[in-house]
Design a protein around this ligand. Structure first.
Ligand SMILES: NC(=O)c1ccc[n+]([C@@H]2O[C@H](COP(=O)([O-])OP(=O)(O)OC[C@H]3O[C@@H](n4cnc5c(N)ncnc54)[C@H](OP(=O)(O)O)[C@@H]3O)[C@@H](O)[C@H]2O)c1
Length: 408
């Protein structure tokens, strides 16, 4: 029992002792501060650009974290730059109502490896600069401070040394599409005659360079806007036709293939004649879509029995990045294929890029490193300016639109 009368009186319950007084152990300042133990980081925090639906602006999330240690089959990459492709807008367009869950944006990237799972420790090292495709249309995207990939699924390659992160993070999708498409065509050679509808598109610019340097094709004709005439000539086009001042392109092509002469005006307004070898095209590659060209292609394209081929990347309707949705062009395409294919003996096919195919990556990296091809950049934006970048893509870019990812 306490001898302190004040404490004694605090005890209200009979038989229960009052609390004891604390011994005087000196001022509290004598207590020592002890540092908290350093805990190991259990997760990699990330910042990612995501969307909920086409009706809502993309937004940043910090909710996605990768567990540490990374799984043995994974590699984590700090992303530096991401090429924006029409497929990114098509995926966003596919989601019309707001869901509770978000989805990522971006399918290609360049960056630096930060973590390597044990399965890949021999092949990949932390600090290596890489680029690749991370194609998960309904899942995460590459517009993220870090991505976690599985190299057995997601194609990855060392970034060509002469490329910046911007050029290194934006060549793969368009090169892959162009290279795979051209490899579906048999007997392409120096004497082949090729027409590219939409030569100033990112895929078109890759197509003409691969045609010229890899297949040694000389006669490449492109249909572009007047502002892209010089650009496409710089990258392999022999003759460029301005679709903005030639309302009847099929007729222009008919005259060109019959006579070998193209009449135009130079910037000073004087009439000019450009000559190429006459003869119908062996191959038409359509990066724009629509009926206009294909429905009159007999006038300038060899028939299927003569080996002529019309390949579209888009389909029967001209592309529209504000409306087109991912994987939705088969129905419309099938109609035209049966109509033109059977009735007019035109070999009209669709092409679809396979982003999981790994064969084209080393070919493209080598061609870029050797300077045989160039990844043409239209413009670069910070990733916080995604909406501006998307607007530019919709308005008509002449080369790649690239987003830079800030360090996080
Ligand atoms: N099927 C597949 O697997 C696959 C793969 C890759 C791409 N694609 C599709 O292929 C198309 C091209 O892709 P991309 O990334 O290369 O496109 P992009 O870089 O956005 O280029 C589109 C280009 O078309 C030009 N253009 C617009 N209207 C035209 C017309 N009437 N005639 C000629 N040129 C015109 C635009 O410039 P101006 O407006 O200044 O003329 C712009 O340079 C897209 O529709 C894309 O979705 C399909």
């Amino acid at each position: 029992m306490s001898s302190d009368p004040v404490l004694k009186n605090l005890s209200k319950l009979p038989g229960v002792e009052a609390p004891l007084a604390l011994k005087d152990e000196g001022p509290l300042s004598k207590l020592k501060r002890v540092g908290r133990p350093i805990r190991e980081l259990r997760k990699i925090p990330t910042k990612q650009l995501v969307f909920y639906s086409k009706n809502k602006e993309p937004t940043f999330t910090y909710d996605i974290k990768y567990k540490l240690p990374v799984k043995k089959h994974n590699i984590v990459i700090q992303v530096k730059a991401v090429g924006l492709n029409p497929v990114d807008l098509k995926i966003i367009n596919s989601y019309t109502s707001n869901f509770n869950s978000f989805r990522g944006i971006g399918r290609e990237y360049s960056g630096v490896i930060t973590h390597v799972g044990s399965d890949h420790a021999v092949e990949w090292k932390e600090g290596e600069e890489v680029c690749g495709i991370f194609f998960h249309p309904n899942g995460f995207g590459t517009l993220a401070s870090s991505i976690q990939i599985d190299p057995s699924v997601d194609s990855i390659i060392r970034k060509p040394k002469n490329l910046s992160f911007v050029t290194g993070g934006s060549w793969i999708y368009t090169f892959g599409a162009a290279y795979q498409l051209l490899n579906t065509v048999k007997n392409l050679n120096q004497s082949s005659r090729v027409l590219i509808n939409g030569g100033s598109s990112s895929v078109g610019l890759m197509l003409m360079q691969i045609l010229k340097t890899y297949f040694k094709v000389e006669d490449i004709v492109s249909i572009v806007a007047g502002s892209a005439l010089d650009l496409v000539k710089r990258y392999g086009t022999k003759l460029a036709i301005n679709y903005k001042v030639n309302p009847d392109i099929p007729h222009v092509l008919e005259v060109l293939t019959a006579t070998g002469i193209y009449k135009d005006f130079n910037p000073e307004g004087e009439p000019t004649d450009t000559s190429i070898n006459s003869g119908k095209f062996d191959l038409v590659i359509d990066c724009i879509g629509g009926y206009t060209l294909v429905e009159e292609s007999r006038k300038f394209l060899k028939s299927s029995s003569e080996g002529g081929k019309y390949i579209t990347l888009v389909g029967d309707v001209k592309y529209n990045y504000s409306k087109d949705i991912y994987n939705d062009w088969n129905g419309a395409f099938v109609n035209a294929r049966s109509m033109f294919g059977t009735a007019w003996s035109i070999n009209y096919t669709k092409f679809e890029f396979n982003p999981r195919d790994k064969e084209f990556l080393p070919v493209g990296a080598e061609m870029l490193e050797n300077g045989e091809i160039v990844n043409v950049i239209d413009s670069v934006y910070e990733w916080s300016s995604f909406t501006k970048a998307a607007k530019k893509l919709k308005a008509g870019a002449h080369g790649k639109i690239v987003l830079q990812v800030e360090d996080f």
